[in-house]
Design a protein. Structure first.
Length: 278
């Protein structure tokens, strides 16, 4: 039967659909603390969670990391493949923070030379304890091959791309028949100079794509850059230099046939929608 409640969780409810291999996830406005011991309602949380998770899953699928996500079907609903869930929470740490810093008594905001993959046993009665590979095998959650696969996929999610991969991705999109391609160009980076901005713009224009989104660097809490700034170790461009960068980029894009049609978006005429994003 379709639309039957299968499971109710802290963040979403799961329902059956007409397809036995597909389930419907409905995100809720409920917020919890202390592993569900305290509950509050935050209006609009379900809509945001659905938008954010859908975007993340779409990006992962596009990058070749297989997920259960099929599509978002409403503000709070999405369709997912029905899967057997491995009861593991997998955490990739690139920077020391939160429980990691408390557990090992180290300062927050330190860059890890090698990203660390952590496992937590998903069990509400036990408060999701931190476990290692041997515990995973003892609990018969996964074998050595599956653990290695989980770690590799997790590291792929957290892996940054290099310049060569950008060119390869765009070439692959064009070869597959996609031509309305977009990239994000971020400026006002730590230590960035006007000469570097000019070089980045030149390389972006050489890609011969019809759409580009422009953003200045925004510092978010609990990120590498924010932690470095708090320690006085982040050399950001001055406001005047950032404004000069912004003006230069806009002028160069307009000189090369781009139209500035939204706050951050630039496009060749007639190419405002239907973009493949890199």
């Amino acid at each position: 039967m379709s639309n039957q409640l299968i499971y109710t969780g802290k963040a979403k409810d799961i329902y059956s659909t007409e397809d036995e291999n597909v389930i419907k996830s409905v995100y809720k406005d409920q917020a919890t603390m202390l592993n569900g011991a305290r509950k509050e309602t935050i209006k609009g949380k379900g809509v945001l969670n659905n938008q954010i998770s859908s975007l993340i899953f779409e990006k992962l699928n596009a990058a070749g990391v297989a997920t259960h996500f099929i599509e978002r079907i409403s503000d709070t609903e999405q369709l997912n493949k029905k899967v057997t869930i491995i009861p593991l929470e997998v955490v990739l740490r690139n920077v020391t923070a939160g429980s990691f810093s408390k557990r090992f008594g180290v300062e927050e905001g330190l860059d890890l030379k090698t990203p660390i993959v952590e496992f937590y046993y998903k069990n509400d009665d036990l408060d999701d304890p931190f476990i290692n590979d041997e515990h995973v095998k003892f609990l018969d959650i996964a074998n050595d091959e599956q653990i290695a696969y989980i770690k590799e996929e997790t590291r792929q999610i957290g892996r940054s791309h290099n310049q060569a991969q950008i060119y390869e991705s765009i070439d692959s999109l064009k070869a597959a028949g996609f031509h309305n391609i977009s990239i994000d160009l971020i400026y006002a980076l730590p230590g960035q100079t006007m000469d570097q901005v000019k070089e980045n713009v030149r390389k972006a224009l050489e890609l011969d794509i019809p759409h580009l989104s422009l953003y200045s660097l925004i510092l978010e809490h609990h990120t590498v850059f924010m932690n470095k700034m708090r320690r006085g170790k982040l050399n950001l461009p001055t406001e005047d230099l950032e404004a000069e960068m912004f003006d230069y980029i806009i002028q160069e894009l307009e000189n090369n046939g781009f139209e500035h049609y939204e706050i951050s978006n630039f496009t060749k005429p007639g190419m405002e929608i239907g973009r493949a994003h890199v």
